[in-house]
Design a protein around this ligand. Structure first.
Ligand SMILES: *Cc1c(COP(=O)(O)O)cnc(C)c1O
Length: 392
């Protein structure tokens, strides 16, 4: 079953990477918590850091290999590397593909660690220059190109703006200058968006979010051509050491089985919630790629199957009332992260270090809402009673 490549997405979610356990006949591969594997009789010719051979769990583990097989199949890529977190995957890409004096173009609002790595640490340590631009605007990307541009990194939909960037168009631009395009596709998951088939070279996921989906394990993945992924394994996985625990790989393998069902439900719920919020007189704005009012709704429709579960909004109210609103919620949980089974909500005030880059309506603070898998009716009722409690 591990060889099946012509299967439909939902079938691969269940079967790919799984097999009968040879020792026991169990119909699920076991969790193997071991740091080391038996060496061959003569190990003298061995590459001790071979990331494709079972030697030592920092160079790879059995459960990691099973998960890599599944995720490569889901993204329709040649190869995958799984790491300890989404940030380990992002840092692995930057460390492996950016040499001294290189230039990068990156979404100006992106995951906070990306912002710090590319905007602060890499420029200071390695003289790597970064242009932070609004990558939903193709002209801005073209203007930022330099002869030493080696990488264009986009996040689409972006966190927390939900801004959508045109993967196919940016892929063509990257190719024309010999740069790589990496896409953080965490918000979409492989069920809703396939960056590699649209022309990206690398797709990155925080497995912590939708792919695991149950809020109980962290992980990250990079998928792409074998030669690129091998480079990440050899340079970043083995030597930076951000390896995933076999237990987390096992949990994520179990979570991903229901990915299509969950993504449909997240997307349906989020569209209902976004429509409810947009119609509410005390709501200042709603950013959700599935709404006609979203500035990149047309691009989102082209490159995504549905619009996933994350939206952002603001109230026509001061910071104090925003906090009051969040604390009045009874079902929706105030906590960071996205893509869990339960609904999660965060209010970020205007002190964010990236505030200057946010779209205008975000600048007075915004609420990020990861719409969960509860009944949409219950989620909306919770929002409604919080509005009432705040006199809105
Ligand atoms: C959460 C997140 C990450 C970081 O993932 P971790 O698993 O928390 O390290 C990266 N990109 C996006 C878009 C995210 O939402």
């Amino acid at each position: 079953m591990s060889q099946a490549t012509n299967l439909n997405f939902a079938t691969k979610c269940i079967h790919t990477g799984n097999d009968i356990d040879k020792e026991t006949g169990a119909i699920r591969r076991p969790l193997i918590m071991a740091n080391s594997y038996r060496l061959p009789e003569d190990a003298s010719a061995m590459n001790w850091s071979d990331p494709n051979q079972l030697i030592y769990t920092r160079t790879t583990s059995a459960n990691q290999i099973y998960l890599q097989e599944k995720l490569a199949a889901l993204e329709e890529g040649e190869e995958c590397v799984v790491l300890a977190s989404g940030v380990a995957a992002l840092a692995g890409v930057f460390f492996s593909f950016l040499d001294q004096d290189a230039h990068v173009i990156c979404s100006n609002v992106s995951y906070i660690a990306v912002y710090r790595l590319l905007h602060e640490y890499f420029p200071d340590k390695y003289n790597i220059q970064t242009s932070l631009v609004d990558t939903s605007d193709i002209q801005e990307i073209k203007k930022a190109l330099q002869p030493n541009t080696r990488l264009i990194h986009i996040e689409t939909p972006g966190n927390p703006t939900t801004r959508v960037s045109d993967i196919a168009e940016i892929g063509r631009i990257a190719k024309s200058v010999g740069a790589l395009l990496s896409v953080d596709s965490t918000f979409a998951s492989p069920f809703l968006q396939k960056p590699l088939s649209l022309g990206a070279d690398l797709v990155i996921h925080s497995l912590t979010k939708y792919i695991n989906g149950h809020g109980d394990a962290m992980g990250g993945a990079i998928i792409g051509r074998r030669e690129l992924i091998d480079k990440v394994k050899r340079q970043a996985m083995v030597n930076l050491g951000g390896v995933i625990s076999p237990f987390n790989a096992w949990l994520i393998m179990r979570g991903v089985v229901t990915l299509p069902l969950r993504m449909k439900q997240h997307s349906e719920n989020a569209l209902k919630v976004a429509s409810f919020l947009e119609a509410h007189p005390s709501v200042a704005f709603v950013a959700y790629p599935g709404l006609k009012s979203h500035p990149q709704h047309e691009i989102a429709k082209r490159q995504m199957a549905m619009f996933s579960g994350v939206l952002a909004f603001g109230l026509i109210a001061d910071a104090e009332t925003h906090n009051k609103f969040i604390n009045a919620l009874q079902l929706i949980v105030p906590a960071v992260s996205i893509g869990h089974d339960e609904s999660l909500i965060v209010y970020t005030g205007p002190n964010d270090e990236r505030n200057g880059f946010y779209p205008e309506e975000f600048k007075n603070g915004h609420i990020r809402f990861s719409v969960g898998l509860e009944a949409a009716e219950d989620i909306i009722r919770d929002l409604q009673q919080a509005f009432t409690a705040c006199g809105l």
